[in-house]
Design a binder for this molecule. Structure first.
Ligand code: HEM
Ligand SMILES: *[C@@H]1O[C@H](CO)[C@@H](O)[C@H](O)[C@H]1NC(C)=O
Ligand SMILES: *[C@@H]1O[C@H](CO)[C@@H](O)[C@H](O)[C@H]1NC(C)=O
Ligand SMILES: *[C@@H]1O[C@H](CO)[C@@H](O)[C@H](O)[C@H]1NC(C)=O
Length: 488
């Protein structure tokens, strides 16, 4: 008994010692929270947007919080974001990314070289090679949608819109990028999707290491089955050029087969985890905002389709669609909530836009959360909680790119894709996939809400910080092939 007490006292003293950090005048306001070590971890995990908005009210645009033993300096002034984004010398992107890689994917790459990997990705996802991916994705989306709603079937089908969008885009994306590989079990895309969703539902808890033992088993099981489904028995000619190139790079770096398979799951997440949820929110906003739906349909009806291929007619990616683009920008403003996290490699002074300077400590993390500002900032956007489809359009129908905060023009008025040298490599591919998908759904399906009165589902707040938000529950729709439209 006495030993237990002594140990406890010791433990408490140790905690006090650890939490004895105090703030110097040149550092941002420090808020450690009341719980030793954990600090604000619980509030942070439950709803980061709510927590950080509260801290912003209390401390201003920059402050340091303790989260599960780490000190995280949060910066919420978009006019000062460049001070973080442009300093890749002192602020490092890949270390924290590697922590997450290990926690979620159990992946440790030998000779990991993020620069080369990104160059490979750019080569295939940007510029000329994108033609191939854009059109393969279109073909896969069309084929899946046709098998989902055969033209000769007139009965309504019922599904959750989130499951419908995520399922179709995930499977089309999988076929486009990974599809040609021969897998152990002749992997069926529906099964991969199902396992992936189980895994995805527990992903934030894996990242925060807050899985309970039951969840650990479920997550581990899904991960094992995904590894099985993604493990190659050899490279086939029909997997995407990017995947072949990437795998060759892994082999040359000395990654064994198991490690290569783990890397495949990481890439599956990076390439498929955000597109489906983004398309869901976009269609959900359109289905609940009649004037937005009307404007997008009007724009789509005026587009000429690309009929000079042997395939069914497709949207030409070069045709401007300013109304759709504004709808997408507005959707992402409301539902893209990534943290942009960097590790402080060496002590550094951060200079804010207003001239104020703050010292950052080596070993801490810096975190931008553009969802709170600029995206939901009432100083920038009128009624920021409301979906306004034409928010990113000028009066004359051209794209609107000029926004102000405190009289100063903003370089970053919304940041769903991150920014700076680590911004999203897949942006043009993702935009094309979402646009093609929405166009296909609106022109070839009849879609109705099952309960038009019930409105949008609530946001699952535990995903704040992990890219695209997801709904709690789903928005139920019925749909069928639209009569009189036989293009599919
Ligand atoms: C709606 C869809 C998507 C959204 C909202 C999105 C968002 C983001 C964000 C915010 C980052 C930056 C993270 C940071 O700076 O810390 C990022 C990075 C990245 N994204 Fe996306 N993404 C999407 C789709 C895609 C797709 C389809 C691909 C691949 C084809 C992709 C590949 C990547 C890669 C490789 C990086 C890492 C860049 C680096 O290492 O510097 N993303 N994405
Ligand atoms: C692919 O689609 C994107 C988005 O629509 C577009 O910006 C890009 O130019 C397209 N690329 C090619 C090569 O067709
Ligand atoms: C919210 O998201 C978390 C993490 O992805 C998940 O575990 C939980 O089941 C979700 N809650 C609801 C109600 O969908
Ligand atoms: C960095 O700053 C901290 C706190 O001000 C200080 O204790 C530490 O010695 C500094 N480290 C280096 C390497 O200068």
């Amino acid at each position: 008994m006495i030993w237990t007490v002594l140990l406890l006292v010791n433990g408490i003293l140790f905690f006090l010692l650890l939490s004895s950090r105090s703030r110097s005048k040149r550092e941002p306001p420090l808020d450690k929270g009341f719980i030793p070590w954990l600090g604000h971890a619980l509030d942070f995990g439950k709803d980061a947007a709510k927590f950080l908005t509260r801290m912003k009210k209390k401390h201003g645009d920059i402050f340091t919080v303790r989260v599960a033993g780490h000190y995280v300096t949060v910066l919420l002034d978009p006019n000062s974001y460049d001070a973080v984004l442009q300093d890749s010398g002192s602020l490092d992107f890949s270390r924290y990314a590697q922590v997450l890689m290990d926690r979620i994917f159990k992946l440790r790459l030998p000779n990991h070289n993020p620069t080369v990997e990104k160059a490979i990705m750019k080569q295939h996802f940007q510029g000329k090679s994108l033609t191939y991916l854009n059109s393969t994705m279109q073909r896969n989306l069309q084929a899946l949608l046709t098998s989902e709603t055969p033209p000769n079937q007139k009965d309504w089908k019922r599904n959750g819109l989130f499951n419908f969008c995520y399922g179709l885009l995930f499977r089309a994306g999988y076929l486009t990028l990974f599809g040609g590989e021969q897998n152990n079990n002749g992997a069926d895309t529906k099964q991969i999707y199902k396992e992936y969703r189980t895994f995805d539902d527990l992903l934030t808890k894996m990242a925060r290491t807050t899985l309970n033992s039951g969840e650990k088993r479920v997550a581990g099981g899904a991960r094992e089955r995904l590894w099985e489904l993604l493990s190659p028995t050899g490279l086939s000619e029909s997997s995407s050029p990017w995947l072949r190139h990437y795998r060759q790079h892994l082999r040359e770096g000395g990654a064994d087969t198991d490690t290569q398979t783990k890397a495949m799951l990481l890439q599956l997440w990076a390439t498929q985890g955000n597109v489906g949820p983004a398309a869901f929110w976009l269609l959900a906003f359109l289905l609940t905002t009649p004037e937005a739906m009307k404007a997008v349909r009007r724009e789509f009806n005026r587009l000429s389709l690309n009929t000079d291929t042997t395939q069914a007619p497709t949207l030409d990616p070069r045709q401007p669609t300013p109304v759709f683009d504004s709808v997408l920008e507005e959707t992402l403003r409301l539902t893209a909530a990534p943290f942009i996290t960097r590790e402080v490699l060496q002590n550094k002074t951060l200079r804010m836009a207003n001239g104020q300077e703050y010292d950052l400590r080596q070993g801490d993390r810096v975190c931008l959360f553009p969802f709170v500002s600029p995206q939901m900032d009432p100083d920038i956007y009128l009624e920021p909680e409301t979906f306004k489809y034409d928010r990113f359009l000028n009066g004359d129908g051209t794209p609107k790119r000029v926004f102000y905060k405190g009289g100063q023009r903003l370089k970053y008025y919304t940041m769903p894709w991150g920014a700076g040298s680590n911004a999203c490599v897949g942006k043009p591919f993702a935009i094309d996939a979402i646009r093609q998908f929405v166009h296909l759904v609106l022109t070839h399906l009849e879609v109705e809400l099952c309960e038009p009165e019930s409105g949008l589902p609530a946001v699952n707040t535990s995903r704040h910080g992990f890219g695209m938000l997801q709904p709690e529950g789903d928005l139920f729709i019925r749909y069928r092939h639209s009569i009189g439209n036989n293009i599919l």
